[in-house]
Ligand binder design. Structure first.
Ligand code: CP3
Length: 347
């Protein structure tokens, strides 16, 4: 990452530069742990309808900022709106998470169309433009996409899965089908991220939530290579828009991901030791992370203690405080509040 971009990145995400406090936001900061979110959510027909109603998406995006004063808002949407826009059948069942009619053959992949993304997802882009206008000055707006591999997991399995064995088998059994699928999803992510930036997103995060199930060679082919293509396409059009990559649970492969993809920052999950992050990842890119979301939900005292350790170890170099994964629905609001206060008041 060139120095100029790094400066832009930090100033974008740093709300309170004069005070020198750390940039922070939390994955799933808008969600069911907030009573005002549950209230808003109860008014929507279903989850996708919620995502596609700009006034609701704007309101959900702003709710955590009002309460906790994060340095960045992430637009309220979902990674699965993109396969939906490509023509896949997608729905959310209460208590069961996302469902899709799975893709099985190369003909299924050829039936996906990139042409409808802009119209189909126009409510998302409207929500971004509206949110940008409503956010307090200095609060950055983050757009996001699922990474091609993680989207392929849902597209082939038809739902979440314990080990993503069907999609891994499909990749080995039918490489023509699978590489075609990854290529289409990569192009789709580029289009969707570009449109989010044009609508007002100042940073893009790529969520590769399930990259950990891949072998080393597959990780290269299906996580690193597509991310590299996405970053390079976005940098051509928007050289100053930072990209954050999140290859969750990538372990020792975080370094290669940081070096090869060209992302400006990596979001690190809670399994990676702080000294390892400091010595092996932070010299390469800005680090975002990595407080355990389960600890935050279960034990305020130990969560704050661990947060201090994170700030002490990583806070001297370019760093964005976040969790290792999203805020869990049963997290007490007061824990999120106490954590936000701690970070905001850190010297
Ligand atoms: O605040 C934010 O982080 C922004 C909004 C956001 C949502 N989903 C809202 C949401 C973001 C960034 C996502 C990303 C997402 N969605 C990922 C990648 C991040 C990760 O968690 O690993 C994935 C894998 C999905 C797919 C998805 N969407 C699942 C598996 C589920 C069901 C899980 C659950 O918590 O019920 C969703 C639904 C979803 N997306 C909810 C929210 C707030 C809960 C739905 C509800 O309110 O009923």
């Amino acid at each position: 990452m060139i120095i100029e971009e790094r400066k832009v990145f930090l100033s974008t995400l740093k709300k309170n530069q004069a005070g020198g406090s750390h940039a922070f936001w939390f994955m799933r900061q808008a969600g069911r742990y907030l009573p005002e979110y549950r209230e808003l959510r109860s008014k929507a027909k279903d989850f996708l309808d919620f995502c596609y109603t700009p006034e609701m998406a704007v309101e959900a995006t702003l709710q955590p900022i009002r309460r906790f004063g994060m340095s960045a808002a992430i637009i309220f949407s979902d990674i699965l709106v993109l396969p939906h826009a490509l023509g896949m059948k997608v729905w959310f069942e209460a208590g069961h998470g996302p469902k899709l009619v799975p893709l099985k053959t190369i003909a299924d992949v050829e039936n996906l169309s990139l042409n409808a993304i802009e119209d189909f997802l126009s409510p998302v882009y409207q929500a971004i433009t509206q949110t940008k206008k409503s956010l307090p000055e200095g609060v950055a707006l983050i757009g996001f996409c699922g990474a091609p591999w993680t989207l392929a997991c849902y597209a082939v399995e038809g739902s979440g899965s314990r080990d993503y064995q069907s999609v891994r088998s499909a990749a080995l059994r039918d490489p023509a089908f699978f590489t075609k699928l990854i290529d289409v999803l990569t192009d789709a992510v580029i289009i969707h991220a570009d449109l989010q930036i044009k609508a007002g997103a100042e940073t893009i995060q790529i969520f590769d939530s399930w990259s950990s199930v891949l072998t080393a060679d597959e990780f290269s082919a299906y996580s690193i290579e597509p991310a590299k293509k996405i970053v390079s396409a976005l940098k051509k059009k928007h050289p100053h828009v930072p990209v954050i990559g999140f290859p969750r649970l990538a372990g020792v492969r975080y370094g290669d991901y940081a070096k090869i993809t060209g992302v400006d920052a990596v979001s690190v999950d809670a399994s990676v030791p702080l000294d390892y992050i400091k010595n092996n990842i932070q010299p390469l890119v800005t680090v975002q992370g990595n407080l355990d979301n389960v600890l935050l939900a279960e034990d305020k005292f130990f969560a704050l203690d661990q947060a201090k350790r994170i700030l002490e170890t990583l806070g001297e170099k370019p760093f964005i405080f976040n969790l290792g994964h999203g805020v869990l629905p049963h997290t007490p609001v007061e824990n999120v509040e106490a954590l936000s206060d701690l970070i905001r008041n850190w010297k």
